[in-house]
Design a protein around this ligand. Sequence first.
Ligand code: G
Ligand code: MN
Length: 386
Amino acid sequence: MSTTTRTSRTLRGVSAPSTASGWCAALEGVLAGEGLRLAAQPIVDVARGTVVGYELLARFSGPDAATPDVWFAHAQRLGLGAQLDALVLSHALELRDALPEDTFITVNVSPLHLGEPALAAVRDRRGGLERVVLELTEHSAIEDYHAVARLLEPWRQAGAKVAIDDAGSGYAGLQWLMTLAPDLVKLDRSLVDHLDEDEVKAALVEMLGGFADRLDAWVLAEGVERLAELDVLARLGVPLAQGFLFRRPTLELWPTIDGGVRRHLEERPSRAADPDTVGALVEVARTRHRHEPAALSVTVVVDGLGQPTALDLPDGTWDRVLVVRPDETVRAVLERALTRDTHWRWHPLVCVDELRRVVGVVRMERLVHHLIDGTEHRATTPEEDQ
Ligand code: G
Ligand code: MN
């Protein structure tokens, strides 16, 4: 992580390489391919207890005991910061080839380097950044948020998603979130630390969650170390989490999470399905990735993250998707569905979870029947309607 703000904190007490030329040589060695490895830390779907992604973190081997922050700070000072970010990204892209299905990787990149030739070269060389999330940390030096948003455009066009790292900490403010419209908001671990004992922190997390919803972004709580913190996050509906509680960063690919914590999440009582919500009417859907052949049945076409992109129909045609959430009411969903164009008004809807991944399909007929049944039921037994 190459934040200048953290550097000033971590630099103190570092002994070696003790000279500027020592650092220069060490970094040149790294850039020539010596001693840089990537550790992975799992990112967890809180509702299910499954791993949905991995943050990849630079780890340096060498004669000194400096932390990665210190390496990045020295690289930055010596004008090698963008090259180091580029090297990490290029390693990450190599690892991506072996990623488990329906997972993503996140990589830390300094927003100041996004337009640098070294990074642009990696982006353009690799043909596509699907399943890659760029984690951006705001530096004290960033004054023009719009300039960063512009720099991000080619990255987004290449398929990358964007995360705001350390949100809720000193610098990563609301303005930064609004201008960058990230796909993922990573809550700084200072907000997560003992939030089970701090109403103000819990309220802040809830507020940032609501704000992220408005931006159509997912929230990821970083630095979860205790089960009590995880329980509060789950109660607040935070969809993603990461931290020592699940697994420390490890050089092993692809790390799983602590079995006890996974079971704890799996066994959490799920919210009882309300019969008047769409969730009760969802049917299992066949899904396929884009490159797989189409079948002559209703099939949801998904991207690398398991998010729907299109719907195959039994007659061999395809359609765009209207997505709904399980907790929406039947009435609200029908109203929305019926505003569709006549030629696709009666096509099935795709139900997605809080990460926009496919849960199943909902047929229009089932929605209508549900509404009719409910109306008849109310007409005959009004006393049960309270
Ligand atoms: O700023 P960023 O989120 O990229 O920082 C990642 C760093 O946070 C990594 O070095 C990783 O080791 C550390 N980290 C990951 N999980 C935890 C945690 O639960 N607690 C603490 N204290 N640090 C963590
Ligand atoms: Mn990060």
